[in-house]
Design a protein around this ligand. Structure first.
Ligand code: UDX
Length: 438
């Protein structure tokens, strides 16, 4: 099939590259001409395992193309994906102006072509919203096209939310738990079913509004689950239980399941924090106050602060302390530091007077933070009064801990991700503080 993808950010690029890998012919468009130039050379603007190979393979196979011109995406494509950002406004509401601009752009191109020759038949187009948008956006995009005079029988707007996780996005795309298609007619649904047929995945067909809410509800549920476990961890510390054991015991109940029960320093990234707040806002704008979402968000805002307090309590204050921080990205296998708890923790420690040296396997600088970057974890810990672990990269799980101990000025490890065994750390002679394991 001929596909167009508008937006080559995280979701758009992974979607475009993976659809091309499935054998479709895909044109990806971005208004950022510099980015398009890089992509044409096979250079990926962010770190995502497996993506570069997927892009290069499809570019070479002439199934994946990049452009900065909207016309080149729209005219031939049977399915057009909108995959532009919906960042939070100051009040938490999702800013959908980029989606609206793209919809206007599509409408303009279609209109121009439709009216050029009344004889030439404008092909049927399915416009798929992949961006995370408030419920009702599908109707707004439909209205934009209708207002421009595009006949209703010539197009359908579909919601097909993306559930990929940074760090495993390519594999998530290729092996989805489910594909959600929100459409108002069978023709559009059948086209999307055909598009995803090579994945042999479970596809569910819903209304557009349900599909839009499935995305927000899924992310908000997972975020709530993490906040819940972080609270259980805080309770564990008070009562003397171990949250890792508690999570294991809970997760074996099939109704609960094992995933996303890891307590830590709070969720970050470009989705959970913004989507919880956006859903809260959406509910409020319809006259409903969600107490659970409010609490999940508040608990998350507290969790990194509790960790900083732990650092202060362990070191007898942070002022003048030299501290190594291992990990900067909001989770392993990505270079993304958006809403990363690491950044909030480091900022606060610097404000409290600490001197920070950081190391991350892929993040090599953080704009606006006064910290030293080390070339490897051992250089980072050398001569420091403590090391704090904020991202659970595999590299950190395999550290030579004897060497770490010999390099540290004081053998103090404060672990925000429960990477190590408390017993092992104590036997090695560390003062070891973690989350929810008193
Ligand atoms: C998330 C959703 O998982 C994905 O389906 C959606 O499409 C986009 O948002 P992502 O933000 O890439 O994906 O990462 P994810 O692995 O979900 O982690 C989000 C945050 O939760 C990270 O900060 C992570 O450290 C934290 N987390 C995750 C925990 O603290 N504990 C857990 O058990 C799991």
């Amino acid at each position: 099939m001929k596909i167009g993808v508008i937006g080559t950010g995280y979701v758009g690029l992974v979607t475009g590259a993976c659809l091309a890998d499935l054998g479709h012919v895909v044109v990806c468009m971005d208004k950022d001409t510099r980015r398009v130039k890089l992509l044409k050379k096979g250079e990926i603007p962010f770190y995502e395992p497996g993506l570069s190979e997927t892009v290069k393979r499809s570019v070479k196979g002439q199934r994946l193309f990049f452009t900065s011109k909207l016309e080149e995406v729209i005219l031939d494509a049977e399915v057009i994906f909108i995959a532009v950002g919906t960042p939070p406004k100051a009040n938490g509401e999702a800013d959908v102006s980029a989606v609206i601009d793209v919809a206007e752009g599509i409408a303009k191109v279609l209109k121009k072509n439709h009216s050029k020759s009344s004889k030439s038949e404008l092909g049927y187009k399915v416009i798929v919203n992949k961006s995370t948008v408030p419920v009702g956006m599908g109707d707004i995009v439909t209205d934009i096209l209708k207002k421009r005079g595009i006949p209703e029988k010539k197009f359908a707007v579909v919601s097909n939310p993306e559930f990929l996780k940074e760090g495993s996005a390519v594999s998530d795309f290729m092996h989805p738990d489910r594909i959600v298609v929100g459409a108002s007619n069978n023709r559009a649904f059948n086209l999307l079913s055909e598009l995803y047929r090579p994945l042999n995945a479970h596809i569910i067909f819903t209304s557009i509004k349900s599909a839009e809410l499935i995305k927000y509800a899924s992310n908000a549920f997972l975020a709530t689950r993490i906040s819940f476990m972080n609270e259980i961890a805080n309770i564990c510390e008070k009562v003397g239980s171990d949250v890792v054991e508690v999570a294991e015991g809970m997760g074996l109940d099939k109704r609960i399941g094992k995933a996303f029960l890891n307590a830590g320093i709070g969720y970050g990234g470009s989705c959970f924090p913004k989507d919880v707040v956006a859903l809260l806002h959406l509910a409020q704008s319809h006259g409903y106050d969600s107490r659970i979402l409010e609490a999940a968000n508040q608990a998350n805002e507290e969790q990194w602060k509790i960790f900083v307090e732990k650092v202060e309590a362990t070191l007898g204050g942070a002022d003048g302390k030299r501290i190594a921080v291992l990990g900067l990205s909001f989770k392993p296998e990505t270079d993304d530091t958006r809403e990363a708890p690491s950044i909030k923790i480091i900022k606060r420690l610097i404000d409290l007077g600490a001197e920070i040296t950081a190391y991350d396997p892929v993040v090599k600088k953080v704009v606006g933070l006064k910290l030293r970057m080390a070339a490897n974890p051992y250089d980072a810990v050398k001569g420091k009064q403590a090391v704090i672990m904020v991202t659970e990269w595999n590299e950190f799980k395999q550290l030579d801990l004897e060497r770490v101990k010999s390099l540290l000025k004081e053998p103090v490890v404060i672990d925000g991700r429960n990477i190590y065994s408390p017993v092992k750390m104590r036997n090695l002679g560390f003062t070891y503080v973690s989350v929810g394991r008193s």
